[in-house]
Ligand binder design. Structure first.
Ligand code: FES
Length: 152
């Protein structure tokens, strides 16, 4: 049954009317027109849909609208830095990490959350941070290069 709740996304408050179990990913893409989070598996397994929920990486395909409404702020790629100036985004460009690019938004958001919590990771920590973000093109080598650049 549809109900109205408020979501704060990229600093803007939105009234959303939908069933409480609607995936956050569907709300972001279909209701709010935010296409940064991508639909990959829909099962919480690939990471393409990753957003920040109160600063922590979350897979928006498996977060319900009701759960999202409890969050103070949700950040999508669009809200990370509208001009692409976030150091993680710049590192992805510098490393030419994209092949098809579909997974990269989720990689960027996952890495942003990780580096905010752990600004000076070692190689193993970087690998562990991204190990559950999947890239079907197999460009993990370039993505890891971007991660090293972003980590300084
Ligand atoms: Fe959400 Fe794959 S689409 S984890």
């Amino acid at each position: 049954m549809a109900a109205s709740v408020f979501l704060t996304v990229n600093g803007c408050r939105h009234a959303i009317t939908a069933a409480g179990n609607t995936p956050l990913l569907a709300i972001l893409r279909n209701d709010l027109g935010l296409n940064g989070p991508k639909y990959g598996c829909g099962l919480g397994a690939c990471g393409a849909c990753t957003v920040l929920m109160d600063g922590k990486a979350a897979r928006s395909c498996v977060v319900s609208l009701n759960a999202a409404a409890k969050c103070k702020n949700i950040v999508t790629l669009e809200g990370l830095s509208p001009d692409g100036s976030d150091p993680v985004q710049k590192a992805v460009v510098a490393a030419q990490a994209a092949q098809c690019g579909y997974c990269l938004n989720g990689m960027v958001m996952t890495l942003r959350a990780f580096l905010d919590a752990n600004p000076h990771p070692d190689e193993d920590e970087l690998k562990a941070a991204l190990r559950y973000n999947l890239c079907r093109c197999g460009t993990h080598v370039e993505i890891m290069r971007a991660a090293r650049i972003a980590a300084g």
